[in-house]
Design a protein around this ligand. Structure first.
Ligand code: BDR
Ligand code: CA
Length: 328
């Protein structure tokens, strides 16, 4: 099994990823840290505990972290419904009658530190959210970097964005944090929109899950039915059972963040290339991940005009990132 820490902003598709992580035999889930992103930190923590209840997961520490990005103001995304969980956080079908699950009292950064120190093997961090918690960790405890096997993050894009024409939501929400993580020296793997948007499940399969006798399968089905995409014909938010029932038959379920965990356990399903990557921090393209896919990307690769070398004379090359570019 692989020791894994999840960092989330649950989030309809983060919820699918948590269900996957709990159920997958190769994943040893050591903890979950929460960050403001899709919805407020308070909602993210509550939603995460709710998902673990529905999954009937063994005890796993869940800690709240950053309330907001390093510099930006929080900009919750409304595509996940008013509660961030597709209106399922209060759905009676998924209430756990005897839940005693509560958030860990530690801050997310302290939980990650403790998990890294306690693990005998390097830990993979899977980040499905703005990377504020991870940037804080790497700034506060740089000595722990060697204990991280790699950071696999859902975020960025080598092509089009979703939050802006060129920026993907998680990186756009906290561009400085993403830049700190990518430039940290820890090996990184980018599961960006290039593949994120390709991994879908048909309406029929989602409906079959909804009809399951198992609560966690029904829950996954409901999450997959929630119209999160850009389909102009989809209801604004499926707030009632009737809205779910009338959702367009053309609908395709996006597994979203759960795909990053598929990439963890089955990397062979993806075309992955190592390229220099830089996060744009200024101007209209703020939050864009510039992936230098030229064949002879050199030291000049993606330095801004006028950027100055430090006293050592040479500009540091941009960080190399394993980028998932296509689904095979
Ligand atoms: C990312 O943003 C969020 O809406 C999703 O949970 C995913 O992590 C996609 O851009
Ligand atoms: Ca997410």
């Amino acid at each position: 099994t692989q020791p894994v820490l999840l960092d989330v902003d649950t989030g309809v598709d983060d919820a699918l990823a948590i269900l996957f992580a709990v159920a997958h035999p190769e994943i040893d889930l050591l903890g979950i840290t929460c960050v403001a992103g899709n919805t407020s930190l308070e909602n993210v923590v509550a939603n995460t505990l709710r998902v673990l209840d529905v999954a009937d997961a063994p005890p796993v520490p869940v800690a709240g972290g950053a309330l907001r990005p390093l510099i930006e103001t929080p900009r919750a995304s409304h595509v996940h419904g008013s509660d961030g969980l597709g209106e399922l956080s209060t759905h009676p079908d998924f209430a756990h009658p005897r839940s005693t699950r509560a958030a860990d009292p530690r801050h997310a950064v302290d939980l990650i530190r403790d998990v890294l120190l306690a693990s005998t093997a390097p830990v993979t961090i899977v980040a499905l959210a703005p990377q504020t918690n991870l940037a804080l960790l790497l700034r506060q405890h740089p000595e722990l970097a060697p204990r991280i096997d790699r950071i696999l993050f859902m975020g960025g894009s080598a092509g089009v964005g979703n939050a802006t024409p060129v920026a993907e939501f998680n990186v756009w929400h906290d561009p400085e944090a993403a830049a700190i993580v990518i430039d940290s020296g820890v090996p990184t793997f980018m599961y960006g929109l290039d593949v994120f948007n390709q991994v879908t499940i048909g309406r029929t399969d989602a409906d079959a899950l909804v009809a399951s006798p198992r609560a966690s399968a029904r829950f996954a089905g409901r999450l997959l039915q929630f119209p999160m995409g850009d389909d102009p014909d989809a209801p604004d938010a499926a707030t009632t059972d009737a809205a779910f029932a009338t959702a367009d038959a053309r609908y395709t379920g996006h597994i979203g963040d759960a795909g990053a965990l598929c990439a963890l356990v089955d990397p062979g399903a993806l075309r992955i290339e190592r390229h220099p990557v830089r996060v744009e921090l200024a101007g209209f393209a703020r939050g864009q991940t510039i992936v230098d896919r030229r064949r002879r990307a050199g030291e000049d690769a993606i330095h801004a005009p006028g950027e100055r070398a430090g006293s050592a004379g040479a500009l540091p090359g941009p960080a190399l990132v394993d980028v998932a570019l296509d689904v095979d």
